[in-house]
Design a protein around this ligand. Structure first.
Ligand code: NDP
Length: 266
């Protein structure tokens, strides 16, 4: 097929997204006729309609529409089905197929963190769900701390230790992960600093799903001398797997990863 295929990332906000640079570099270097752009979407219920109006071949979905993306799909495959959260969409003969590549992307990112068993996830949104389930499948001991009680119900029902800010007592965790959007475009911590300081004192590693800026959470990790990662490696990992779906496994993961990683130098 010779026609150029169009891809996009849906989110709100979305202007910060590196996904267009990442995917376009892969398309260009691998000689795939594709073009990847950004779409700021306010109303998640319009995702499917917008996807087909724009004649997209595939898309990624970011905050706050990953659960709406799950609802929009004609079929959801693999790990996304377990968690009800979709970050990758593919147009398969006019049907919208959903996948989730975030959790495997995160495992790729923390490969260098050794002997992690006890994990605290801060946040209870789509990313937290994906990571919590994935960690559990690897037999990690997982706790979830969130600002509001309501979004913890899903985790409670699934047997995770769950805490709101009000009932949380800091313990020693191997890894603390910020999956909230606090710090994405503001100067907020993901939890009150009175909770974070004793937590980080006892922790071995920290990670933030946010990329492209040193969040207040990561600034605090640095101040407290903890080994940490920002979301760039996670972004790379999820992007490689998404691109493999977009290009229908026609290229090796290694070649996709190589060219996607190059785009981080731009
Ligand atoms: P969701 O909208 O599904 O969830 C957001 C979560 O953040 C909720 O638990 C919410 O709490 C919490 N939250 C929002 N604002 C604050 C705040 N000021 N203080 C404390 N908690 C807050 O988002 P996602 O799970 O989809 O994404 C979360 C973050 O992860 C985003 O910043 C996104 O950019 C990043 N991300 C990065 C990826 C990467 O590849 N590096 C991949 C995926 C996501 P409440 O329930 O109380 O509302």
């Amino acid at each position: 097929m010779n026609e150029n295929r169009l891809f996009a990332i849906f989110g709100n906000p979305v202007s910060h997204s590196r996904s267009p640079l990442m995917h376009n570099n892969v398309f260009k270097k691998l000689g795939y006729k594709g073009c990847y752009t950004r779409v700021r979407l306010e109303d998640g219920s319009r995702l499917k309609e917008t996807f087909f109006t724009l004649k997209l071949q595939g898309a990624n979905v970011t905050v706050p529409h990953k659960e709406a993306a799950f609802d929009a799909c004609d079929e959801v495959r693999g790990f996304a089905k377990e968690i009800g959260v979709v970050n990758t969409l593919v147009n398969e003969n006019g049907r919208l197929i959903g996948y989730n590549t975030d959790a495997d992307g995160f495992l790729f990112a923390i490969e260098a963190f050794k002997d992690v068993r006890k994990v605290l996830i801060i946040g209870a949104g789509g990313t937290a769900k994906a990571l919590a389930k994935k960690f559990k499948s690897q037999a990690y001991d997982v706790s979830v701390l969130n600002r509001s009680e309501g979004n913890l119900a899903y985790f409670k029902a699934d047997g995770f230790h769950t805490y709101s800010w009000e009932d949380f007592k800091p313990e020693a965790y191997d890894l603390i992960v910020n999956t909230t959007s606090a710090g994405l475009s503001d100067e907020n911590y993901p939890a009150p600093i009175e909770l974070l300081t004793p937590l980080l004192k006892e922790a071995r590693y920290a990670a933030d799903a946010i990329y492209g800026r040193r969040t207040p959470f990561l600034q605090l990790c640095e101040k407290m001398d903890i080994t940490y990662k920002d979301g760039a490696d996670m972004l790379l990992g999820q992007g490689v797997l998404a691109n493999n779906y977009f290009t229908q496994s026609n290229y090796t993961l290694e070649s996709i990863q190589k060219h996607m990683a190059e785009s981080f130098q731009y």
